[in-house]
Design a protein around this ligand. Structure first.
Ligand SMILES: Cc1cc2nc3c(=O)[nH]c(=O)nc-3n(C[C@H](O)[C@H](O)[C@H](O)COP(=O)(O)OP(=O)(O)OC[C@H]3O[C@@H](n4cnc5c(N)ncnc54)[C@H](O)[C@@H]3O)c2cc1C
Ligand SMILES: *[C@@H]1O[C@H](CO)[C@@H](O)[C@H](O)[C@H]1NC(C)=O
Ligand SMILES: *[C@@H]1O[C@H](CO)[C@@H](O)[C@H](O)[C@H]1NC(C)=O
Ligand SMILES: *[C@@H]1O[C@H](CO)[C@@H](O)[C@H](O)[C@H]1NC(C)=O
Ligand SMILES: *[C@@H]1O[C@H](CO)[C@@H](O)[C@H](O)[C@H]1NC(C)=O
Ligand SMILES: *[C@@H]1O[C@H](CO)[C@@H](O)[C@H](O)[C@H]1NC(C)=O
Ligand SMILES: *[C@@H]1O[C@H](CO)[C@@H](O)[C@H](O)[C@H]1NC(C)=O
Length: 493
């Protein structure tokens, strides 16, 4: 270890004092918010506790203040205050980010808590719905269905916020048929870093609209979404097929059959391979009845020896309830749900035989010995008939349309327990053993399944791939000082 020269030490001291802790500005920030008439959660109050509790208990961060906004004007004033006081600011919608990005992903931000703004209105004549920027997915689905038997495509958990979900992708058991949640967005109202309001769509501020659909959290605060909607079929069938692959050799044949099937699987079928520490399932949703499902699945069942353990036909809300875990769909402000975990993600094309071998070998030789409650979920994301892969790769900021497979690696421990300091290595090695022979440009990661351990450079490259340069240029135009900073967001060019 070498010694610091007195000059360097002095410079360090000087730099330290010029970067005072954001918490030193708490009084100034709260004064600004109060003067502007922005509701603020009082520290320690029940609302404060609710609004600052993270979904992932492993990553909880303390904000400088929480603006409990109920109007677009509140959002503008909150943004203006953050700018004036020089504090980073983030919108929080459902608060379900795996890396707690709604809280800023680090201590010391202004949280603009959107979840009290959740009005949803469907225009029955145009099929266009408006949803405020704090709407949760379950509430959105509930309202669209009840106001006119309509829907958009989205993920499974009713407590997840449309804010984070739609603005960064939004993949669900309807996506192979109906695309990502962001594919249903036709316009948005956004509060920009300079506290002005901008509308955007394909024809109005198209660059902003492009960037919102994949990297929205870095660009502004969406106060209103405008969605086109579809009418779901009357009969949908959700299913679970149980798989027994007792040996590495059988798993190799099985996974290979699944990925081959994914290439050409019918548009009406949505499916994932779910590998847990103690069981393996194929599960998903079919747009049609049970007979149609059985016919669509037959070739795969034959090759994998899967057995259909559950099939249930119902309407759109029935499948939302099923995949949402059976609880209340209509979630508003004040939803509490927590897990204690580390997650990471991956997108790949079909794996080569060598890559498959490496994946299955790690799974059987290493992962099976880990008795924590881990799972690997492999969504059949792309393929010839996938609505996710149908739009041009550059049509939105979502960078990974062309990948066949989308993986979520999720490793959890009990709520009162400390996640092991070296626990993440287990999942990192899983990813490493799949990607070790791949070129860096041959795989990506999903910002809605973030890996909290990535630095900002790697996150930007892995989440936004070929779209990064354009996103950084748009970021520079709309938020040059990086007001909406978070540790894995887009940096201005
Ligand atoms: C139980 C569970 C199930 C999930 N299932 C799926 C799934 O099936 N498919 C899938 O794709 N993902 C799924 N996810 C991941 C989920 O899509 C992301 O975590 C998503 O970002 C959460 O959004 P949020 O609004 O709840 O989170 P928040 O933490 O509130 O926000 C996440 C990010 O979005 C930004 N943001 C939020 N609202 C706005 C806004 N109005 N304007 C601008 N920026 C905003 C925040 O600043 C932050 O950067 C799941 C997550 C959980 C916890
Ligand atoms: C919307 O349309 C549906 C079906 O036509 C109808 O049942 C419903 O009452 C309408 N809702 C509104 C708010 O007009
Ligand atoms: C944005 O669009 C909304 C809905 O169309 C409209 O009411 C509002 O006036 C527009 N705002 C701006 C700044 O263009
Ligand atoms: C399909 O939906 C219709 C209308 O809701 C219903 O009458 C019928 O029973 C459903 N069929 C099945 C197989 O569930
Ligand atoms: C399916 O079962 C047959 C007969 O038991 C067996 O030979 C084959 O290896 C199995 N395939 C898989 C993928 O499990
Ligand atoms: C593959 O897994 C092994 C453990 O079995 C680990 O030691 C190795 O680092 C992993 N390889 C990569 C490239 O991650
Ligand atoms: C606010 O920022 C936007 C995007 O950069 C810009 O177009 C607009 O002119 C700015 N408005 C003001 C009043 O500075």
């Amino acid at each position: 270890m070498h010694q610091l020269s007195p000059i360097i030490a002095l410079l360090g001291l000087w730099a330290g004092s010029s970067h005072a802790s954001p918490f030193d500005k708490a009084v100034t920030l709260n004064d600004c918010l109060t003067k502007a008439g922005v509701p603020v959660d009082t520290s320690g109050s029940p609302d404060y506790k609710l609004d600052t509790s993270s979904f992932n208990l492993r990553l909880n961060y303390t904000p400088v203040a929480v603006a409990a906004v109920t109007t677009t004007k509140h959002v503008q004033d909150a943004v203006a205050c953050a700018r004036q006081v020089d504090i980073k600011a983030n919108a929080k919608c459902g608060g379900h980010s795996y890396a707690s990005f709604g809280l800023g992903g680090e201590d010391g931000h202004l949280v603009i808590e959107m979840s009290r703004m959740n009005k949803v209105v469907l225009d029955n004549t145009t099929g266009i719905a408006t949803a405020e920027g704090g709407t949760r997915l379950g509430h959105l689905a509930w309202e669209l269905w009840n106001q006119g038997s309509r829907a958009i495509s989205h993920g499974t958990c009713p407590g997840v916020g449309a804010g984070g979900h739609v603005l960064h992708g939004g993949y669900g058991v309807s996506s192979h048929t109906h695309g990502l949640a962001l594919d249903w967005l036709v316009g948005a109202t956004v509060v920009l870093a300079n506290a002005t309001i901008a509308n955007c769509s394909e024809t109005e501020n198209p660059d902003l609209f492009w960037a919102l659909r994949g990297a929205g959290g870095s660009m502004g605060v969406v106060t209103e979404f405008r969605f086109k909607t579809f009418q779901p079929p009357q009969n949908l069938t959700y299913f679970v097929a149980s798989v027994q692959w007792p040996t590495e050799a059988r798993a190799l044949v099985g996974v290979k059959a699944v990925q081959e099937f994914a290439e050409t699987m019918p548009a009406e079928l949505n499916m994932r391979l779910f590998i847990a520490s103690r069981f393996i399932n194929l599960e998903g949703l079919y747009y049609g009845d049970k007979a149609g499902l059985q016919a669509a699945l037959a070739p795969l069942i034959k090759k994998t020896n899967a057995t259909l353990a559950l099939t249930k036909t119902g309407d759109w809300l029935d499948q939302i309830k099923h995949f949402g875990g059976g609880g209340n769909i209509d979630q508003g402000h004040g939803h509490e749900e927590h897990e204690n975990f580390y997650s990471t993600s991956l997108y790949t094309k079909a794996l080569s035989d060598e890559q498959l071998q490496s994946f299955v070998s790690y799974w059987f030789k290493q992962a099976k010995a880990n008795k924590r409650d881990w799972y690997v979920q492999i969504d059949l994301h792309g393929g010839q008939n996938s609505a996710v892969s149908a739009p041009a790769a550059d049509s939105t900021a979502y960078a990974h349309r062309d990948y066949l497979l989308m993986y979520l690696f999720y490793d959890r421990v009990d709520k009162g327990v400390t996640y092991p300091a070296d626990g993440h290595v287990f999942m990192e090695n899983f990813v490493g053993n799949i990607t070790q022979t791949m070129d860096k440009s041959a795989w990506g990661m999903y910002i809605n399944y973030p890996d909290s351990r990535l630095d900002q450079k790697d996150s930007q490259a892995n989440y936004w791939g070929a779209h990064l340069a354009r996103l950084q240029a748009i970021k520079k135009a709309v938020d040059p000082d990086d007001l909406f900073h978070y540790p894995q967001g887009i940096l201005p060019a």
